[in-house]
Design a protein around this ligand. Structure first.
Ligand code: NAP
Length: 292
């Protein structure tokens, strides 16, 4: 069983993105990403920290807008409008989840579609759905890069994606089935009947569910490629932090059947972050008129 590692995919991606940032800088454009974080959710803070580190590594300007947990919807939306109007900011994202009193569903429509580096805006999602994406959602883009790096063929193959969220499963299934990738995709969810049987026919199985180690060997075809998107904290008193990260796939058990599998951590997660940087560079190019 081969481990599909972000660390093997990242160097080329990082070099390419850093070079593009350098080229834009040479033309007087400093690509910049603004991340809005409302409240003090430790997991969200950790995600924002990872984005900051990657931005620093690649030479991309990263601006953090830390808002108090008690901020009102109106104030949050005013902050988004301010960033939309700032010509020195090219990408805007709002870290989810938001504190409970805020309406996260409204946010995607408020971010300027040209600055929508998460690709959540309905216009950008529409472009993606019709097969002409402007931005590719970061996790889906990371998975495509990983599959390309390891030369895992997609054309004509059966892919089963478990999870239909607008962040991961749905955009990924749209992309994989589009011309150029040409996979035959089945999108499963919590109401899918007979899911283990459907999953066990997949050449490539993607789990984006949010349930620790939910995918067991019976759901995996012999020799399949397994992409584990899940990032779940489970209690582990033996760890200094009191928890460890596990995916949606029971890695050890799945290893006996899969031919290749992404570990958690170290698989899809770091690729999502680098693709956010790539989308920010694309946004900077679009807004500065330096081509896309
Ligand atoms: P989400 O919005 O909660 O969506 C979960 C999806 O899984 C839903 O479509 C749900 O079905 C489906 N599901 C839940 N339980 C199921 C079950 N027992 N059987 C079949 N389907 C089931 O989650 P998400 O935002 O897509 O995230 C999924 C996981 O990926 C989480 O662990 C998250 O932390 C992780 N994630 C990782 C990255 C990364 O970079 N690695 C990025 C984003 C998310 P229904 O629609 O029917 O409810």
């Amino acid at each position: 069983m081969k481990k599909l590692l972000a660390s093997e995919v990242l160097p080329d991606l990082e070099t390419g993105i850093a070079a593009e940032i350098g080229a834009l800088r040479g033309r007087g454009v400093e690509p910049a990403l603004a991340v809005i974080l409302a409240g003090d959710n430790p997991e969200s803070q950790a995600y924002v920290g990872r984005k900051r580190k990657m931005a620093e590594k690649l030479g991309l300007r990263s601006v953090e807008c830390n808002l108090p947990a008690g901020i009102s919807q109106r104030e949050l939306e005013a902050e988004i409008h301010r960033l939309n109007g700032d010509p020195d900011i090219h990408g805007v994202l709002c870290q989810l989840p938001l504190p409970g009193h805020l309406d996260g569903n409204r946010i995607p429509e408020l971010i300027d579609p040209l600055k929508d580096v998460d690709c959540f805006h309905p216009y950008n999602f529409g472009l993606l759905a019709r097969g002409t994406p402007r931005f590719v959602p970061c996790t889906a883009a990371g998975i495509l890069a990983l599959l390309a790096h390891y030369r895992i063929a997609l054309s004509g193959r059966q892919v089963v994606v478990i999870g239909r969220s607008n962040i991961v499963g749905r955009p990924l299934s749209l992309l994989l089935s589009q011309k150029g990738h040409d996979a035959t995709v089945t999108l499963c969810h919590s109401r899918t009947a007979d899911l283990p049987r459907i999953a066990s026919r997949a050449h490539i199985l993607v789990a984006a569910i949010g349930s620790p180690e939910w995918v067991v060997p019976e759901m995996i075809a012999e020799g399949a490629t397994v992409i584990d998107v899940g990032m779940n904290r489970v209690e582990d008193p033996s760890r200094p932090r009191g928890y460890r990260l596990v995916g949606d796939v029971d890695f050890e058990a799945a290893s006996a059947r899969a031919s290749a599998i992404t570990p958690v951590p170290g698989g899809v997660g770091p690729l999502t972050v680098v693709m956010l940087m790539r989308n920010t560079v694309l946004a900077a190019r679009l807004q500065s008129g330096h081509g896309a």
